[in-house]
Design a protein around this ligand. Sequence first.
Ligand SMILES: C[S@@+](CC[C@H](N)C(=O)[O-])C[C@H]1O[C@@H](n2cnc3c(N)ncnc32)[C@H](O)[C@@H]1O
Length: 214
Amino acid sequence: MNDGVQGVIGEVDFTTGDPPPHSSKTARGVANPLLFLRSWLAHPLRMGSVIPSSDTLNRLLLRQAWPAPGRAVLELGAGTGVLASAFVAAGLSQERLILSEIDPSLVAHLREKFPAATVIGGDARELPSLIPERWQGRIGSVVCGIPLVLLPEAEQRSFIDLINTVAPGRGFLHYSYCITSPLPYRRHGLTAKREAWTPLNIPPASVWRYQSER
Ligand SMILES: C[S@@+](CC[C@H](N)C(=O)[O-])C[C@H]1O[C@@H](n2cnc3c(N)ncnc32)[C@H](O)[C@@H]1O
């Protein structure tokens, strides 16, 4: 789609593949609060929030997770697809999105909304065998929306291992409503950096970057 275009389109400088770091314009996703609410009513702990992520949070994530040219973004727990929409609105081709989601109604919604993306239904921990061959070894960034803080440490570990398997050495971004790190990162052998915080999300949210300790 827009890949390979030279110059600046909307938020993204295609000569570098990076969104401008201080742009104030928003690449908007179209939220679907009712669909989200229905999933929350069925599985509140799995959803972790009652409404979709805000445009502001998505913009912060997009800046941090914009992939290098030719690489894909993997989103774990893509929900209603608002972050994916923001990527597409900012110029990333749908083909470069790999969206993982466990809730079947959200999976159907994502498939309809992003027909050219790779939408993988089911538990994200099954992903290693499901990533299409063309993207193996070419995942540039990982965003984890699954509310890891609500899981026991052993389960958190299994998601961290999964990310290391499909995107070795890339680390991952994780958004959370906690005041401090949602993960006991030292016990998981990770370094942690809070990249951003916004009050313009319900609830206010932080963007954390976790990486394996060397
Ligand atoms: C905080 S919500 C994501 C919200 C999304 N940013 C939005 O605004 O629509 C977390 C998502 O992770 C999904 N999820 C939870 N556990 C999962 C798992 N094991 N594998 C894949 N997706 C999972 C939930 O179904 C939910 O859609």
